[in-house]
Design a protein around this ligand. Structure first.
Ligand code: ATP
Length: 241
């Protein structure tokens, strides 16, 4: 139904050995929205995404995607259900061409026409990838690899994209460009997005609903419109002035 969240975490706890990285994390991502988890370095943002996509098994709690329990399921199974993860640091296949990286994103799909159309769509979002289509992905700049990683996720035609710090290591100009495309992907394709970011200003401007994470716990949540108005969260939780 309309009200059913695409993704729902209930009291999720994940740890690395004795270190509890996230505790009691509950959050919802509603259909068609961009949701964001904000927090400083080490707050646990990456751990949340890895737990959702099955890379880390949680110690406690549950995760539902499109009404189905995906807690601790195999990452390949979770991708097949329509959930794509763009990891921090991009992780493109450096020895494959740009085009083959994109086709790898579409490996579970049978609709060749749809795959061709989506390839055209990502080339229109990021024209540099069309120019570099036959080159090895390892030769791309950091920003271009981020574009490729996002594009590869689109090629899976997912219902939900998890995006880990798309601004990491990018210039302000390139960060702005990437965020503009993220918003277009959401608006034009109707893809629901969960974004984690240290760059609170960019994320709050692009997103509909936000959660503030501190030391592995969600300490605040609200519409991004309202979060943008609260100067204290920017100072105390996000290190912004
Ligand atoms: P970053 O922006 O650095 O990615 P983050 O908010 O994504 O930060 P996480 O990477 O999720 O934070 O890390 C949360 C906590 O878990 C940190 O205290 C971190 O040191 C710890 N941690 C992360 N990965 C590991 C690991 N493989 N082994 C042990 N501890 C880890």
């Amino acid at each position: 139904s309309e009200d059913q969240p695409v993704l729902q975490l209930l009291n999720v706890e994940s740890a690395y050995g004795p270190i509890k990285a996230i505790r009691g994390v509950s959050l919802k991502v509603r259909p068609g929205e961009i949701a964001t988890v904000l927090g400083s370095n080490g707050a646990g943002k990456t751990t949340i995404l890895k737990t959702i996509s099955g890379i880390i098994d949680p110690r406690k709690g549950s995760i539902e995607f499109k009404g189905q329990n995906i807690t601790a399921k195999d990452p390949a199974f979770i991708v097949q259900q329509g959930l794509s993860h763009v990891p921090e640091g991009r992780e493109v296949f450096p020895l494959l061409s740009v085009k083959d990286n994109l086709l790898m994103g579409a490996y579970t799909r049978k609709d060749r026409d749809g795959v061709g159309r989506d390839m055209e769509t990502v080339f229109n979002y990021f024209p540099i990838l069309r120019e570099r289509a036959t080159q090895d992905a390892g030769l791309l700049s950091g920003g271009q690899q981020q574009m490729l990683a996002i594009s590869r996720a689109i090629m899976a035609a997912p219902a939900l994209i998890l995006l880990d710090e798309p601004s990491l290591g990018l210039s302000p100009k390139l960060t702005k460009e990437i965020f503009e495309i993220v918003v277009r992907i959401n608006r034009e394709r109707g893809t629901t997005i969960l974004l984690v970011e240290q760059n609170a200003n960019m994320a709050l401007n692009a997103s509909d609903y936000g959660y503030v994470l501190e030391n592995g716990r969600i300490v605040m949540e609200d519409t991004c419109e309202r979060l943008r108005e609260k100067d204290d969260i920017k100072e105390f939780y996000l290190g912004l002035k």
